[in-house]
Design a protein around this ligand. Structure first.
Ligand code: PLP
Length: 421
């Protein structure tokens, strides 16, 4: 039982949930904000860090740090081993066939830019088409628009239903003779919609089209198996999966990645440099120019080990319970509309309350110690589709509780009374 501090009563949490123990792993969850216990419901933007990650990074900097790959001295070799072990952990976690298929990037954004610039630059020409969906994050739109300006390719955008589900038949009908690539989010950061990735990838492959799967929002919630999904590239950000900021992963099938030209030039990615001509290393080094985020990689591996320890079934059970509970409770607030009603969703709820600006809601929730995101959530075209400029978004992690949903609902009811009487 988690004490419901707002109501002063004891509230039933999902039977069997280990949430109290999990919460103790996250020091920040013990904080108060504006005199109230922190209710952190902005996990879609960035998840909090367990002690295991914080301590791993501290240990790295306290005892293991040196620059990697280039040193003969002991510390450099230890740091290199830690960095490459982190890559092995990432590969195992996502079930990549080989560690060299996993490139460390700054995050999902950089990973998409890498594919757009490298693969796109080498394989797309004027008049070629690529298929997106209207629910994409700007990170999966703007790099392709930059390619559109540079190369004259055409972006084709698949529609969604009013419930926020991709119209799969429409999506497939948009594949034509000039379509060279499909890219879509596994889960929508604004609606929560979980796209049928495996089905879409199989359809794209039947048309001979490779697929980039944006897993920035799915990786925190689901066990990702890149080989089962059969995606050609998969991208995600460390900070959304309980790891550090400034680290992310680009997974790519070895044959595809291996045939891609380098994205950035510099140290570590070269085989031999001369003014007569330079040759490059193989995978994954050719895509990791310069000194990488070593502590970030090591911290990310600690986060993935931590998640494996919690267990993906336990995570899914807790989050789906919170999603169902939050959807039911929020639906009872007068004038509140939920955007994103797909049957398969990750644990987030986007909503508006008629007559109150989302930013006012966010600011007033903060006064109650409740952190949510407000605005367009980097999906402006999606909100245009709904005739909106944005929403309030509560996004959950396995460490959230029903009591926190109750705190959110109570605060929203109070805000509604203050604004609308
Ligand atoms: N794709 C989706 C679906 C996202 O939600 C986000 C971040 O919110 C990104 C990509 C970009 O992630 P990052 O800013 O960590 O690179």
């Amino acid at each position: 039982m988690i004490p419901n501090k707002q109501a002063g009563a004891a509230l039933e949490e999902r039977p069997g949930a280990d949430v109290e123990a999990w919460r103790k792993d996250f020091p920040v969850l013990g904080r108060t904000i504006n005199g109230k216990p922190l209710v952190y419901l902005d996990n879609g933007a960035s998840a909090q860090k367990p002690r295991a990650v914080i301590e791993r990074i501290e240990r790295y900097y306290s005892t293991e740090h040196a620059n990697i790959h280039r040193g003969v001295h002991h510390l450099s070799q230890e740091a290199t081993a830690a960095y490459e072990a982190a890559r092995e952990t990432v590969a195992r976690y996502f079930n990549a066939a080989e560690a060299r298929e996993c490139v460390f990037t700054r995050g999902a954004t950089e990973a998409i830019n890498l594919v757009a610039s490298s693969w796109g630059g080498a394989n797309l020409t004027a008049g070629d088409e690529m298929l997106l969906t209207v629910m994409e994050h700007h990170a999966n739109i703007v790099p392709w628009q930059m390619l559109e300006s540079r190369l004259g390719i055409k972006l084709v955008v698949a529609p969604i239903s009013d419930a926020g589900e991709l119209l799969v038949d429409e999506w497939e009908k948009l594949i034509g003779p000039r379509t060279k690539l499909a890219a879509f989010c596994h889960a929508s950061n604004s609606l929560g919609t979980l796209n049928p990735a495996r089905e879409l990838i199989a359809k794209a492959h039947a048309h001979g089209i490779p697929v980039l799967l944006d897993g920035a929002q799915s990786a925190a919630h689901l066990k990702i198996d890149v080989r089962e999904l059969d995606c050609d590239w998969f991208v995600c950000s460390g900070h959304k999966i309980f790891g550090p900021t400034g680290i992310g992963v680009l997974y790519g099938k070895a044959d595809l990645l291996g045939a891609m030209p380098p994205y950035q030039g510099g140290g570590d990615m070269i085989d031999r440099v001369s003014f007569a001509g330079t040759t490059y290393r193989g995978l994954p080094e050719r895509f990791e120019a310069g000194t990488p985020n070593i502590a970030g990689a090591v911290g990310l591996a600690a986060a993935l080990d931590y998640l494996d320890g919690i267990g993906h079934d336990a995570i899914a059970a807790q989050e789906q319970d919170l999603l169902a509970y939050a959807t039911e409770q929020l639906s009872q607030i007068e004038g509140l509309t939920i955007y994103g009603r797909a049957p398969n969703k990750v644990a987030l709820v986007s909503f508006m309350i008629e007559g109150i600006h989302p930013n006012d809601i966010g600011t007033m929730l903060d006064a109650d110690g409740i952190a949510v995101r407000t605005g367009h959530h980097c999906t402006m075209p999606l909100w245009e589709r709904f005739g909106l400029t944005g929403t309030v978004r509560a996004s959950f992690a396995f460490y959230n509780t029903r009591a926190e949903v109750d705190a959110l609902v109570a605060s929203l009811k109070k805000i509604r009374r203050l604004f609308l009487g």
